[in-house]
Design a protein around this ligand. Structure first.
Ligand SMILES: [Cu+2]
Length: 196
């Protein structure tokens, strides 16, 4: 009769070591890579016009996700060029002024400065312009990180395009607004970016 084989105790101990190290690895991984709620960061393209507030102020005409690393080419006179660019449109907010984004998203603005109809020495006095450009900047609860060599505040001359790329690492409600006194209602020329 053969004696039953027995594990040496060292096998059981090795098993425990393997289990313990695997568990430790998972713990360590979670420590290094904290769980992130929500979708991965997106790169949003926001296409806007800027008019004096009496004629509508800022207006978002289209919103899209950029699905490539390189930005579309840009020229202040011609604007952006989406030829060959990998992007897809998405439905923006219904007020055409508010932008919804997530923490970590990158946002590239393309803003066209619309000519106003009459300078302030003509009538109607409440629909007149005081400058030949709009301004653009953003403020809010966290820093606004300007990327790709753009700058804030920026200038949007009437009849020209302006672009800037930013990202947000702190959530909250940000405000984008005009920085050049452009009309009697200049102080109301603004919109919001809700970063969640
Ligand atoms: Cu203004």
């Amino acid at each position: 009769m053969q004696a039953p084989k027995k594990h040496l105790p060292v096998v059981g101990i090795l098993g425990l070591v393997v289990i313990a190290s695997a568990g430790g690895g998972i713990y360590y991984y979670q420590f290094l890579m904290p769980h992130v709620s929500g979708p991965p960061p997106a790169h949003r393209l926001i296409f806007m016009t800027a008019a004096i507030e009496e004629q509508g102020g800022y207006h978002i005409n289209n919103t899209a996700f950029l699905n490539q690393t390189n930005l579309p080419s840009f020229d202040p006179s011609m604007g952006y060029n989406l030829t060959g660019v990998n992007y897809h449109n998405y439905q923006g907010e219904s007020d055409n002024k508010t932008i919804a984004a997530h923490v970590g998203d990158t946002i590239t603005f393309y803003i066209y400065g619309k000519n106003a109809t009459s300078p302030c020495n003509t009538n109607p006095a409440n629909e007149c312009w005081l400058s030949t450009a709009h301004g653009f900047t953003i403020s809010g609860p966290g820093s606004v990180n300007v990327k790709n060599g753009g700058s804030l505040p920026g200038t949007i001359p009437f009849g020209k395009w302006f672009t800037v790329t930013v990202n947000f690492t702190v959530g909250g409600t940000y405000t984008y607004f005009c920085t050049i006194v452009c009309s009697p209602l200049h102080g109301q020329m603004l919109g919001h970016i809700n970063v969640t």
